[in-house]
Design a binder for this molecule. Structure first.
Ligand code: IMP
Length: 431
């Protein structure tokens, strides 16, 4: 059974939603394994736009079962709204959307602490999505969080437990942050109502994934964010609070390594980053603005303008190696269609030396300047290309260079936002 893992190769927003959607047809399961409503997966089908934050992108295929894995932190208010929006669109969600009992809850106090924490950091803020992700993972690691399984408790018990947690959070809010406490009883009562709605979706992940473990059911692992935002391997501290790299697929689902098949890294044909932190190949000024407009680079979750830049092969190679990628999918190639020259950062330079290897400290990275290799642009539209041979020669040269530099075959190229705007290249793009 070839259970594919989809991982962001850059700083998130690589277009994973479209790829997961394209690859989940006919599968038994799509599994989200980390993150929460900080993710924003946009999928265009039949002229319709779907933006998903928590629910795996596989949900758009009827018959595919979706699990929000135990590695996630889930805002139950946001999940209810997302499910209701999908049902309003006429999608049958119940009976095929499941939530691991071991996933943690994002509570209103987490969102509040996320905002207050960012304000305290001032100029050193991370630039989070404000969805309470860091504080919710903090509660998990501190062993004080509420879990989705708690939604199955008798209403009285859940209400009591929630009030206890909210009161403890209120102490922090007023004593540490000098902020207003939150209304404990009202929030706890709302949670009890949400539990009636979401409780039936909560499952024991070990039990429901037995077929995947046995190899009789297929699964696709849907990563959120990207390798450079991984809590351990990214540009710490300018990262998210989960493992968005391949290890997260195991810890976030409880499935053993033998269940992982192909490991595909998704990379945009250029780079973007939202929030703060080093980004050596960033384009400032007009060039960056033009790329942002061409690519529609505004956050699906927060609407924030994304920082844009050239493809960073130093970071890209690092991501390929850290995840052990068996294949790469390049997205948004068409966004570069009008560029007279396309650049790739192939090394970094600091005051002292040239670096070919990705540095493990954001402090070093922030002093790195990119060393570029230039490629002539193709200056032709690629949105209608469906085979590798349809692509202009200059675009193919660019892809071949990326394939060699990343050290993994490019197995797909996306040339537009619609489902069918894909070129599948299972044997790579090299000649
Ligand atoms: P948090 O995950 O909301 O705590 O944000 C931490 C960092 O990760 C910030 O720089 C966010 O902009 C970034 N981030 C979180 N989720 C995403 C995503 O889905 N796409 C891109 N960046 C993200």
């Amino acid at each position: 059974m070839d259970n594919r893992v989809i991982i962001g190769g850059q700083w998130g927003d690589e277009g994973k939603g479209k790829i997961v959607d394209a690859l989940s047809e006919g599968l038994d399961w799509v599994l989200r394994y980390q993150g929460g409503a900080n993710a924003g997966h946009t999928i265009h089908t039949g002229g319709k736009k779907h933006v998903l934050h928590l629910v795996p992108s596989g949900v758009l295929h009827e018959g595919v079962r979706c699990l929000l894995g135990g590695g996630m932190v889930i805002d139950p208010w946001a999940l209810r709204d997302e499910i209701m929006a999908l049902e309003e669109e006429g999608l049958a969600v119940r009976g095929r959307l499941f939530v691991a009992s071991t996933a943690h809850l994002v509570m209103p106090y987490h969102r509040r602490m996320d905002e207050l924490g960012e304000t305290r950091l001032k100029r050193k803020s991370i630039g989070t999505t404000g969805r309470g992700i860091g504080p919710a993972y903090l509660d998990k690691i501190q062993r004080t969080g509420l879990r989705m399984g708690d939604l199955k408790l008798p209403a009285d018990n859940l209400e009591r437990k929630a009030i206890e947690k909210i009161l403890a959070a209120n102490e922090l809010l007023s004593d540490f942050y000098q902020a207003e406490p939150l209304p404990a009883r009202t929030i706890a009562e709302e949670l009890v109502v949400l539990a009636r709605f979401l409780g039936p979706l909560v499952v024991n992940p070990y039990d429901v994934l037995r077929g995947v473990r046995a190899g009789t059911e297929s699964a696709l692992f849907e990563g959120a964010q990207g390798t450079m935002l991984d809590i351990d391997h990214g540009t710490f501290p300018y990262v998210t609070s989960s493992n968005s790299t391949v290890g997260g697929a195991l810890t976030g689902t409880g499935l053993p390594p033998r269940c992982l098949g192909e490991i595909n890294g998704i990379y945009k044909a250029y780079c973007t980053r939202v929030g703060n932190g080093p980004f050596p190949s960033e384009l400032l000024g007009e060039q960056g603005d033009a790329l942002r407009e061409a690519g529609g680079e505004y956050g699906a979750t927060t609407g924030r303008a994304r920082r844009c830049g050239w493809f960073d092969l130093v970071a890209g190679r690092y991501a390929a190696d850290i995840n052990g990628l068996t294949g790469v999918i390049i997205t948004k190639l068409d966004v570069l269609d009008n560029q007279p020259t396309v650049r790739v950062a192939t090394a970094y330079e600091t005051e002292e030396k040239r670096l070919e290897v990705y540095p493990s400290f954001a402090e070093v990275l922030s002093r790195c300047r990119p060393v570029y290799r230039d490629f002539p642009g193709w200056e032709k539209p690629t949105g209608g290309c469906r085979r590798l041979t349809d692509l202009p020669a200059a675009a193919r040269k660019y892809l071949e260079f990326l394939e060699t530099g990343l050290g993994a075959l490019i197995v797909g190229v996306s040339v537009g936002r619609e489902r069918e705007q894909m070129i599948w290249t299972p044997t790579g793009v090299g000649t």
